[in-house]
Design a protein around this ligand. Structure first.
Ligand SMILES: [Zn+2]
Length: 256
């Protein structure tokens, strides 16, 4: 029963993340102003804004003008629901489950927004990646919270170095390619991923990101109808984030 509640909570947060993705850097308020249809401007009522359910009932169309609603909305909602559920199950039965769950949920919520924003706009906004890096930095102190012992040897020094090396690595690619192969945003994102996952999960995340990026790149070059070639730029941020997500859930208990 809790599992269902956590999943539903995840889809509601996912719905909010969709709103953040849409309105970030547009000057629109995240709290004020209701949601409207992009095509006809119809103000959406509460029953048209239920995560996933409204999309299914309306068969993915606006009730007034019948224009199609993007698949992005239910996908992000379901994905956030699943991630919330997995995090909850992972930390269940731990004495520190509440703190660890809320912390990890916050981390992945920001990462979802960064990934989709980067896919849509080919840029990683500073505000979001700084927020992520600061949260990720706290992860280096996690043993203080788990053991309730504030001792210097419990500080994750290796994790700190992993993040810094990741940053240096991506920043060099950025410099050498003059911003063409990687953005500086990717370096900032990698810094946070190194701090959050540390050794060895951070390395797994990076390796997975490069493999996934290469596979998708090859796939797009050969199979896509759009004319992709090897010089087309595919944002790397989403792959870093997917790699981090997989590394986190594969080697799941990073708290010990
Ligand atoms: Zn409409």
């Amino acid at each position: 029963m809790e599992q269902v509640a956590i999943f539903i909570l995840g889809t509601i947060i996912g719905s909010f993340l969709n709103l953040v993705i849409l309105r970030y850097n547009t000057g629109q308020s995240l709290i004020k102003g209701g949601s409207r249809c992009f095509n006809c401007g119809k103000n959406l009522k509460w029953h048209e804004l239920i995560p996933v359910v409204s999309f299914v009932i309306q068969k993915g169309k606006c009730r007034q003008c019948k224009s199609k609603i993007s698949w992005q909305y239910p996908l992000i909602e379901i994905l956030t629901g699943i991630i919330f559920l997995l995090i909850f199950i992972n930390f269940l039965n731990q004495s520190y489950w509440l703190l660890a769950s809320v912390y990890t949920l916050a981390i992945f919520s920001i990462l979802i927004v960064i990934a989709v924003y980067d896919l849509r706009h080919q840029i990683i906004p500073d505000g979001l990646v700084y927020a992520f890096s600061i949260l990720a930095f706290l992860s280096l102190f996690r043993n203080w919270f788990v053991s309730w012992q504030i001792e210097i040897e419990n500080f994750d020094l290796v994790g700190l170095l992993v993040g810094i090396i990741f940053f240096a690595f991506f920043a060099s690619i950025w410099l050498l390619s003059r911003g063409k192969a990687m953005g500086l945003g990717d370096a900032k994102l990698a810094l946070g991923i190194g701090w959050f996952l540390g050794w060895p999960n951070g390395i797994y995340a990076l390796v997975l990101a490069f493999w996934l990026g290469a596979l998708v790149g090859i796939f797009l070059v050969y199979f896509s109808k759009k004319s992709y070639n090897l010089k087309s730029s595919i944002p790397f941020g989403p792959f870093l984030i997917l790699g981090a997500l997989l590394a986190f859930f594969i080697n799941i208990n990073i708290y010990f």
